[in-house]
Design a protein around this ligand. Sequence first.
Ligand SMILES: *Cc1c(COP(=O)(O)O)cnc(C)c1O
Length: 388
Amino acid sequence: MGGDEERSRETWIPIAEPFLTDLETRYVAEAMASGWISSLGPFLKRFEESFARSIGTSSAVSVSNGTAALELSLAALNIGPGDEVIVPAHTFAAVPAVVVRAGATPVFVDVEPDYWCIDPELAVGAITGRTRGIIAVHSYGHPADLAPILDAAERLGVVVVEDCAEAMGARYQGSTVGSFGTTAAFSFYANKVITTGEGGMITTNSPAIAERLRFLRDHAMEPGRRYFHSAVGYNARLTNIQAAIGCGQLERLRGLLQRRAEILELYRQRLADVPGIIINPVMPWAEPVNWMVSVLLPSDCGTRRERVMQSLSSAGVDSRPFFIALTDLPPYARYRRVGRPGEDSAPVASRLATFGINLPSSPRLTDWQVETVCDAFLAAVHGSWEDG
Ligand SMILES: *Cc1c(COP(=O)(O)O)cnc(C)c1O
């Protein structure tokens, strides 16, 4: 390897990085040595059981990724053609993708300006006679305001699916997210709070739904009747090797979250004097986790976000823009969108898409690295503010 490549690997600070230790290595070696490398094996049961305990639900069903967790949730709840599913206008595109792939119709609801999750009032107002579900996404580590949504859903016979992919360990009104919805989806992709490389989990308090999910996950083959498939199934199984990594990560969850919180606190201190920016908002009823350090630049800074990102990159610091508003993406532009009264658009989602930046937030970052990122950010915004 050339010297330059080595140096850049040393100094480049990535946006996210998995944090694995000897514990995960040991568990993976154990799984390998046991021969159980596919979708049967002791680590799967152990991962599902300890996961359910950590969220506080009666069941947890492991799946191949977070998207599959959402997809199987919709399938198990019989959501399909003719049904509407309400989703936030600002989140990862897997959310509306599973709705469309189920044959259902997404309805995009703008997000709350103060904490960037689905606006509960608008979501409740968007419910029609055809609405079957609401996917409440806990975005950038912050819980959605579930109470009004759960309330209306119960009254009107709508199911709530939580998307906890970005918020494992966060709490809403004192309880862990993932314990409120009819089902809740988690992702263990490499940049999430815990990782199994690829992987996901569905939590539920309904034994019947858990059973249905296990059935759908494994080709919809009837238990006890080999090759009798009584529905159109999926292969959405997690492997015992992935579950071994998951068991290690879950044992370390408290420490991982603790370090993530320390890192966010360091960012808050270092960037406290930058005028007009908002860093990971926190509502009084919420105990978020730090999935990503998410900075919203003030709207009057014009289009300088791209210049800030470029300047960070030159300083060896990785960053990401916030998600593009889903209503601005080609496959989703034709669906109904609900904004503040009088607006059939999603202005908050658009503003976040234009002015939001995610900064490095791996729990592996040292304090010194966080300080390096902050110095680069300060230099970038000052440069950008001044010559704009
Ligand atoms: C990451 C993510 C997903 C998808 O998870 P994968 O494991 O990548 O399929 C779904 N929803 C949200 C909000 C996410 O951030």
